[in-house]
Structure formats: structure tokens, C-alpha cells
Design a protein around this ligand. Sequence first.
Ligand SMILES: Cc1cc2nc3c(=O)[nH]c(=O)nc-3n(C[C@H](O)[C@H](O)[C@H](O)COP(=O)(O)OP(=O)(O)OC[C@H]3O[C@@H](n4cnc5c(N)ncnc54)[C@H](O)[C@@H]3O)c2cc1C
Length: 412
Amino acid sequence: MTGRALIAGAGLGGLTAALCLRRAGWDVEVLERAPAIGEVGAGIQISPNAVKVLRALGLEEGLRAIAVEPAHFHGMDWKSGRRLYRTPIAPGFEERFGAGYFHVHRADLHALLADALPHNCIRTGVAVTAARTEGAEAVLETDSGPRRADVAIGADGIHSAVRASLFGPENPRFTGNIAFRFTVDPARLQHALPRDAMNLLGPAGHVVLYYLRGGALLNVVAVHETRSWEEESWSTPASREEVAAAFPGWAPLVQDLIAASEERFKWSLNDRDPLERWSAGRITLLGDAAHPMLPFLAQGAAMAIEDGIVLANCLAAAGRDEAEAALSRYEALRKPRTSRVQLGARARAASMHLRSPWARLRRNLGYAWGNLVARGRTKHAGEWIYAHDPVAEGKAPPTPPPGEGEAARGAA
Ligand SMILES: Cc1cc2nc3c(=O)[nH]c(=O)nc-3n(C[C@H](O)[C@H](O)[C@H](O)COP(=O)(O)OP(=O)(O)OC[C@H]3O[C@@H](n4cnc5c(N)ncnc54)[C@H](O)[C@@H]3O)c2cc1C
């Protein structure tokens, strides 16, 4: 079927869904609360499973033009900076997983998606306040009146108003982790670094760094376990001293990065248990609104991007007046995978943040053994996620149980 769709939220998930739905012949309107569309000044990792969706949308060349494709990912000891393992990424990922692995500035990726949509498709400064199904229509209440369509999608992030309206208010869970994020001009560093991605694994925290914009910027995400809850916002500033105080005794490279940082922000890391339902009537959820997760497998946006194409495929495969069934089918197809990734990201904190020196020694010996056997080709933690190709998922209409099709045809 085709029709008209409303999307709450012009984040990476909402914009991808809009592009996928338009490709399937839908008329789409995206409602964004912020007065102007845009993303924060930080980096994001885009793994092969998500790149396949961008390729299907004709955006792979555009992605390559704005992204850095690292050759390796290095795991390093938090204190000595010694390399524990090395995972080759390019050129091998393309062959093994069907697409490359990229690092990109969020604002650049957001602009790539937004520019592929007609300008009149996105309405900024419109906040969605509630959602309901009325007969054959999905209705989004907004601060400037109700909007109606055949289906509506809540892509409005972890604090989704659409989710709260459908299933009741419920706060996400503070996971005990705070992420400090900042970018650094590599020319200001005392350390010479390979043009690769790095992850220093420490007690009660880790520090990930990778290059953006042709190597002109280093993106740093420094995660630190704490008991105190902080307000969740990408724009809460953090002082250099606050970051340094969270990483005492860490390798000179980490101190160098903190000293060279210009503007630092902090973000409390929240997630949810997998939701029981995402859809009600003609309305469904997508991205962080449906399955917020810890960033420890770097998959939150990738899952939102996958959601968009599967949702569009399910709607395209549905017959007239089957919108509700299509949304239920989308949810049934997506939930097992996103739940597994959500829980996998939670579990990964345990091996990345080991407090006991003995546990770290045992883990590091495992890496050393792996290096010996695999000759420096340690597997990437997310490899089980990358081979998946969501591009055709949901395209085929569901096959009716045996006999049912015959009966239906007979009745008609
Ligand atoms: C430190 C950190 C690092 C990460 N790194 C990665 C990574 O490397 N790779 C990866 O794949 N993921 C990563 N993620 C996860 C990723 O950022 C999120 O999963 C992703 O941005 C979710 O996209 P979304 O479109 O679902 O939601 P959001 O990006 O939250 O977008 C929601 C949009 O909806 C708008 N909105 C909110 N409420 C309303 C309303 N009521 N009405 C209208 N509009 C509204 C917001 O303004 C926003 O534009 C990371 C997350 C963190 C915290």
C-alpha cells in the first residue's frame, strides 16, 4: 500500500525512515521539535549493516565523501597504552560483511540525509505532544494543532512523547555511566597516532577515539562509571578538570587528549529493557523511541536506520487497509534483533570496564592468545551484527497459513 505518513522527530532514524518511505511511494511529513534541523558536533560510527541501507537509498558515495574508513581498530590498556589487540577493518569488512565501516561527523551525516529529502517534507518547530488512532487515521497532536495521516511513526528519541502517549510514561534506566565527548585537533597532540580507531579499556570506564573529516578532527568518547545521575543532554558542558578527575592514572595519551580538548560535553547513558510492544493501531515507534541502548556496540543509530527500511518494506508489501497488520509485522521482524543488540550492548560494559586487575589480566591473556592464534586479526565485538542485510527484509508479503488463502479466495 501507499499513503501518507507522519514522522515525529528528524533525527538520524526519522530522516532515514522518511527516505525509505518516499522510495516506497509514500507521501511523508516529518515533524521536528527543534527550531532548526541539525545534529550535535560529535562523531558516529556507521557499521556495514547500516551502510547497506544508505547504499539502497543511493547515499553510499555521499557517505564515503564525508567519512573516514579506518584500516584497523586497536584495543589498548588503559594505563600503559600498550596494544592488546588489533582488528583489521578496511579493506576486509567490505568482503566479509558486504559493506565498509565508517566514522562520520553526525552533522555531516544528518545533512546528507536531510538534503536527500524535499525541503517541504520537514516541519521544524513543531513538537508532538500525543498520538492516537481514530478510525482509519493516525493522529499526532502537536503544539500547533492535530496532524492526520494513514500511519504515524514516533522517531522522537529516548524520551519519546509518542511512546509515552501510547504506552504510558516511564523513565528510561540510568545505567551508571556518563560519557564525556569532545573533538580534538590532532595537530595539538603530543602523541603521534595511527589514522585508526582506538579503544582504551580500563577499570570502570573506557575511552574510544577515531578520526573525522578526512583526519582533521579526532572524536573522543570517554565513558566513566559513576553513581550520580546527570541530566541527559548532548549540550551539558564539562570542564577539563572534571574530565581529568574521572580518568586519574590513565595513559599519557588520555591526559594529552583531555589537555588538547577545546569544548567538552557530558551525557548520562540511559537505556530501557526491551519494550513489550512498539505499535498500537496505526502508530509505531522506531530508533531510540523503541529501543534505546548503551553505545557500547555503536549500534543505536544503525538499528534506527535498519528499522526505517524494514518499516517501509512492510508497508509497501501490505494490501489496502492493512496498515495496522503491516506495523505489527514490522515490530515482529525487528524486535528480536534490536532486543538482542540492546542486551548485548549492556553486557559489553562488563568486559570493557573490569574493575578487578585479575579479571583484566585474564581478559588480556585471552587477547594475547587470540593474537597468537589469529595473528593480529582479533574479531570485532559487533561482528555478529554486521553481516545482516535489512534491505529486503519485510518485502515479501506474509504467507497465509496453509488452507487460509484457499478459504479466503473461495469466500471472495
Ligand atoms: C555517547 C554516544 C555515542 C554513540 N555512538 C554511536 C555510534 O557510534 N553508532 C551508532 O549507531 N549509534 C551511536 N549512538 C546511539 C545514537 O546516537 C542513537 O541511537 C541515535 O541517535 C538515535 O536516533 P533517533 O533518530 O532514534 O533519535 P534521536 O537522535 O534522539 O532523534 C530524535 C529527534 O526527535 C526530536 N524530538 C524529540 N521529541 C520530539 C517531539 N515531542 N516532537 C517532535 N520532535 C521531537 C529531537 O529533537 C530529535 O531531532 C551513540 C550514543 C551516545 C550517547
